[in-house]
Design a binder for this molecule. Structure first.
Ligand SMILES: NC(=O)c1ccc[n+]([C@@H]2O[C@H](COP(=O)([O-])OP(=O)(O)OC[C@H]3O[C@@H](n4cnc5c(N)ncnc54)[C@H](OP(=O)(O)O)[C@@H]3O)[C@@H](O)[C@H]2O)c1
Length: 439
């Protein structure tokens, strides 16, 4: 277990002196882009006296200036000005790892609390930065780094911290959900749904991080840190791409009463964290099956409280800014309340495995010929895998015939060698698409 040390009062840190209702917390904003501008707007329109925007930092800031920002707010492009300032809280909204990591470390080292929406930074360095914040007697909040405006991380910090969570699952990437739900409703090819998402600004020109699961597994590692209290690197979580999923898979999924979504899931069982990100069959009538377009959904499972659901806009300047400002208020209220002993956060470092036991959906694309099912069945049987159903829709070209075999529950590791053998058979035109069925 790694122990994050308790908050300590530093005499040199003015941010730790109780402020009382008359002294607003001074806030420095770094990064005046989509989210930063929306945060600044909320701060400038607030009248409750808890927070005061004092500095804005952005490179080449002259082009960023807005008439609604009060004249006494100092604009700068120099991080050091922020670190040397009297700001109590620094908001990091430049994104990426560098130079965001240096900025956040510098602010925490200077005794300033930090609020960030940066999932890459927290997924990679969250445990260390929390440790630094604890050692410096300040706070690090990152509520907007997962699911944008959906308050799942604050719920893990407060409303659910009385439970002992053992599972978290979510639709964490709005781009993938937009693409999959568009294929589902319009039965368009994957490539067309991706182009549509790019045209609407939901997907970047290079959408690999989204499509191949890199974005979602970074978010899953943050949820696991905050909710399951485990230290897990995103790279240790298996990520499967959604690229091979096509309209025909939604036809076959529908026959099984299911649809397809990119699901990120983490289950903590004793000293193993079972974790996986990728396209999965889910019942069409389930909470996951009903999430359309670019929304996010997170479900938590607790030992005492059972299951909870959080649904909403996972991105967008305004919803994300609300999450950032909510974190700011939480930190400001803590500063106003004055220093107090901090609950020690203990992080476990479990073994990470993707060896879930589930039923499976296997979709083959073959050149039709006699003996295909017999050949596949022989391999499955040799690996002790039981077929549940064989589905074949009529009307497809015999030169490229898609059909499906579903398997009774088995472990991922048991299935994997059989998949390799089946994909090497001469009639297979592509590797078999293998999706877990999450019932
Ligand atoms: N947008 C969302 O919906 C959303 C949702 C959840 C979380 N987030 C997270 O929120 C953070 C900000 O996202 P965003 O969408 O607001 O990004 P953005 O629109 O690209 O804004 C970033 C801002 O930071 C400035 N910047 C970048 N590097 C800088 C540097 N080295 N020095 C000074 N300024 C610098 C940029 O200036 P230039 O204008 O010169 O590039 C830009 O104004 C990211 O961590 C992102 O992952 C965003």
């Amino acid at each position: 277990m790694d122990k994050i040390p308790p908050e300590r009062l530093s005499d040199a840190n003015p941010a730790l002196v109780p402020r009382g209702p008359a002294a607003p917390c001074r806030v420095a904003l770094v990064g005046f882009g989509t989210v930063g501008r929306a945060v600044a707007k909320i701060l400038c329109e607030r009248t409750d006296g808890l927070l005061r925007l004092t500095q804005i930092c952005n490179r080449n800031f002259e082009r960023k200036k807005q008439p609604w920002v009060p004249n006494d707010v100092i604009w700068t492009e120099d991080f050091q000005t922020i670190l040397n300032s009297d700001a109590d809280i620094v908001i990091e909204l430049i994104g990426g790892l560098h130079p965001a990591e240096d900025l956040v470390r510098g602010a925490l080292s200077a005794g300033k609390s930090v609020v960030t929406a940066n999932k890459q930074l927290i997924a990679r360095h969250g445990p260390d930065l929390l440790q630094l914040a604890g050692a410096k007697g300040c706070q690090l909040e990152f509520g907007a780094s997962v699911a944008g405006g959906v308050p799942v991380l604050p719920a893990l910090r407060t409303g659910l911290c009385g439970d002992r969570l053992h599972g978290i699952a979510g639709i964490l990437n709005g781009t993938c959900n937009y693409i999959l739900s568009r294929i589902e409703t319009a039965r368009i090819p994957f490539s067309e749904a991706l182009e549509e998402a790019q045209a609407r600004g939901y997907a970047e020109a290079d959408a690999s991080e989204d499509l191949d699961g890199g974005d979602a597994r970074a978010k899953l590692s943050i949820l696991a840190l905050a909710g399951l209290h485990v230290r897990v690197s995103p790279q240790d979580i298996r990520a499967r791409t959604i690229r091979p999923v096509d309209a025909v898979d939604f036809d076959y999924a529908a026959e099984l009463g299911c649809t397809i979504r990119q699901i990120s899931r983490a289950d903590l069982k004793e000293k193993t964290l079972f974790a996986d990100v990728g396209p999965s069959l889910v019942p069409a009538s389930s909470p996951f099956g009903r999430v359309q377009r670019n929304l996010n959904l997170v479900l938590t499972s607790g030992e005492y409280g059972g299951d909870m659901a959080f649904l909403g806009a996972g991105a967008g300047g305004d919803p994300t800014a609300v999450a950032v400002v909510s974190d700011l208020m939480f930190v400001a209220e803590s500063i106003s309340a004055g220093p107090r002993s901090h609950r020690e956060l203990q992080l476990a470092s479990p073994t990470v495995s993707c060896d879930f036991e589930t039923p499976w959906y296997l979709r083959f694309l073959v050149k039709d010929q006699p003996g295909i099912i017999a050949g596949l069945a022989a391999i499955l049987s040799a690996h002790q895998l039981n077929i549940d159903a064989v589905l074949q829709k009529p009307g497809f070209d015999k030169g490229a015939l898609p059909f499906v075999i579903t398997l009774e529950p088995c472990r991922d590791a048991q299935l994997h060698p059989a998949l390799q053998e089946m994909s090497a058979l001469p009639f297979a035109l592509k590797p078999c698409l293998c999706l877990p069925i999450l019932l």
